[in-house]
Design a protein around this ligand. Structure first.
Ligand code: AGP
Length: 612
């Protein structure tokens, strides 16, 4: 979950690293640090808290054209200056940044201590600095030292190191699925980082390290070997992400910007996978998965958090359109429950980042069982795209807010289209049915734009929710995942306790919570289930609970019944989740701002979760 970046080139490293760390800060913000090398001098600055603290502490004269930087999400050792990365060896000649966990750090630390190493922090990372020092003392250069160290540490992690003995060289390793390592090839300068956000301001010419690879990076290029020493040819590619999407522009927060980008993001997702004239689907990145789709007899969708909620909708679409039995699971549960999976099982992983370790570990289980795998991902070249047989890219553009918004709605439409693609492969959809679905999808970006344009109407709802300590979100059918997503958005950025439930569950327990200070958000846009939602709303109101309804335009009965309403445009019932979720995102945003919360960097969270 930490952000890591290294630079080797011809420009001063400090401003480049600071800028990169700001681009990576969404990955963790417990502390930040920078080390720069200038000939035989090493300068390190690190501070607890956000990058701003580091920036005000850093020595403006710290010069050097090679350096590393880190922004931390604490795992071992509390957030403090002392535990902030980079960490150094005893002789202060080797310096290291790290993302992930050294699982055998305790015995390593004990053994290193017994050999005279002195530890300055409580972190697992520091063991890596001391191990590198030992390997270099034994005659290895930095690259070789990291390769050998990689064989001594256990767990999933990414490391970048540099040494006073080899100024101008960075060594980087990716071990397991704890986090990506991207190498960027600039003009006489190189960058290595945990993700693209830090590389794109310098170059779009990149290569990704795979699990078990170590790189030697200098201003002139990179050499890669496996941990066991075999050379690896680098596969460079030009990533099509526009660096402008990484900027906040006129918006006070990335989250608000990304909510507003949804009409365009949805259009990009839809029209990168389909055309209306003629009605057709284009899944160019399905690779070998495409040929296996006709034989699939079961689908399991996996994801975490918001992506799990998108997967829940994908399950409904796949069962409805392709008529293949489908289930949905958290990656973290799937991995450990010994699931029934074989070569006719299709595992669809959903991950915005493509780096979530719970999802990657679940994919490893699916792979071992011979399943065909498709990943729905927003990040070009991410690890899920390299593990899966095929990819469905969501093309929503870079998402920086920790609270996922545009990537949720884009994943939902990508899954909708993929369900149609599977239905085609299974011979379960006619050309006219496909045309009808695509025609409805074509209306969606406009409908979402209308929802966003009505933002002022939702402010009263936000003001009311901002006073609450707790809130319940209820929905039936396709509105159930929306209820879960609405509750997640509210709790993660405003710290109001919120739960999303299938509305039918309410009377089996949660109804005991209902009282005048406990609001319920009822998503009542699923027309086939509307009458049941009306009953649920009446049951809540009979117990004195206020109800905020999310209702379709023109639904006078529900508008009159609810204490507050959010009206959304009428769209096909399959697509209602997308128009219903957008006002819930906006309301969560306004509540968080009203309560003075840090919207883009909520406490304890990180955008990409690379530890189990
Ligand atoms: C949602 O707002 C959160 N950021 C979180 O639940 C997120 O969706 C989850 O960590 C999964 O991330 P992924 O899509 O990158 O795999």
């Amino acid at each position: 979950m930490c952000g890591i970046v290294g630079y080797a080139g011809h420009r001063q490293a400090v401003p480049i690293l600071l800028r990169a760390l700001k681009d990576l800060e969404y990955r963790g913000y417990d502390s930040a640090g920078i080390a720069v090398l200038d000939g035989d001098s090493l300068s390190i600055t690190k501070r607890q808290g956000k990058i701003a603290n580091l920036e005000s502490a850093i020595n403006a004269t710290a010069s050097g054209t090679v350096g590393i930087g880190h922004t931390r999400w604490a795992t071992h050792g509390r957030p403090s200056d002392q535990n902030a990365h980079p960490h150094v060896s005893c002789d202060e000649r080797v310096v290291v940044i790290h993302n992930g966990i050294v699982e055998n750090y305790a015995p390593l630390r004990e053994a290193l201590g017994a050999r005279g190493h002195v530890f300055r922090s409580e972190t697992d990372t520091e063991t890596v600095a001391h191990l590198l020092e030992e390997e270099m003392r034994a005659g290895a250069d930095l690259f070789e030292a990291l390769r050998r160290t990689a064989q001594r540490i256990e767990g999933s992690q990414a490391v970048v190191a540099m040494s006073l003995d080899e100024p101008g060289v960075l060594a980087a390793a990716r071990l397991g699925n704890a986090g990506g390592v991207v190498i960027g090839f600039g003009d006489g300068e190189m960058v290595v980082a945990s993700d693209l956000a830090a590389v794109l301001p310098i170059t779009q010419d990149v290569a990704f390290l795979s699990d078990g690879q170590v790189a030697r990076v200098t201003p002139k290029g990179a050499e890669v070997r496996t941990v066991s020493g075999e050379p690896v040819p680098l596969q460079r590619k030009r990533v099509p992400i526009d660096p402008v999407t990484a900027l906040k522009g006129q918006y006070p927060h990335f989250m608000l910007k990304e909510i507003h980008e949804q009409p365009e993001a949805l259009a990009d997702t839809i029209w990168s996978l389909a055309t209306l004239e003629p009605p057709a689907l284009y899944f160019d990145d399905l690779g070998p998965a495409a040929d296996r789709l006709p034989d699939v007899d079961r689908v399991i969708l996996i994801g975490m958090g918001t992506s799990l909620h998108a997967a829940m909708l994908g399950q409904r679409y796949i069962e409805a359109f392709a008529r293949v039995p489908a289930s949905v699971d958290n990656g973290s549960e799937f991995r450990y429950r010994d699931p029934v999976v074989d070569e006719r099982t299709l595992v669809v992983s959903v991950s915005q980042s493509g780096e979530t370790v719970d999802v990657l570990e679940a994919m490893a289980v699916a792979r071992a069982a011979g399943a065909v795998q498709v990943t729905v991902c927003n990040t070009e070249g991410a690890q899920t795209t390299r593990v899966a047989d095929g990819t469905v890219y969501t093309r929503a553009g870079l998402e920086r807010g920790v609270a996922s918004t545009k990537c949720f709605s884009s994943a939902v439409v990508a899954l909708y289209l993929f369900a149609l693609r599977l239905a085609q492969a299974k011979g379960r959809i006619s050309q006219s049915e496909l045309a009808a679905h695509l025609g409805e999808l074509a209306q969606l970006p406009r409908a979402v734009a209308d929802v966003i344009a009505n933002r002022e109407r939702y402010r009263r709802v936000a003001a009311r929710l901002a006073q609450a300590q707790h809130a319940l979100f209820l929905g039936r059918g396709l509105a159930h995942p929306v209820a879960m997503e609405g509750a997640l958005k509210l709790k993660e950025i405003s710290y109001i306790h919120a739960e999303g439930y299938a509305a039918g569950e309410m009377k089996h327990g949660p109804i005991a919570l209902i009282e005048p200070a406990f609001p319920t958000v009822a998503i009542a846009t699923q027309h086939a289930l509307r009458a049941k939602m009306v009953s649920n709303i009446e049951q809540i109101q009979a117990r004195g609970g206020p109800v905020i309804g999310v209702v379709s335009e023109g639904d006078e009965e529900l508008t009159a019944l609810c204490d507050e309403v959010i009206t959304v445009p009428r769209v096909s019932s399959w697509l209602e989740p997308v128009v219903s979720v957008v006002p819930l995102q906006l309301v969560a945003y306004d509540v968080a701002v009203h309560r003075g919360c840090d919207v883009d960097q909520p406490r304890n969270l990180a955008k990409t979760v690379t530890v189990e």
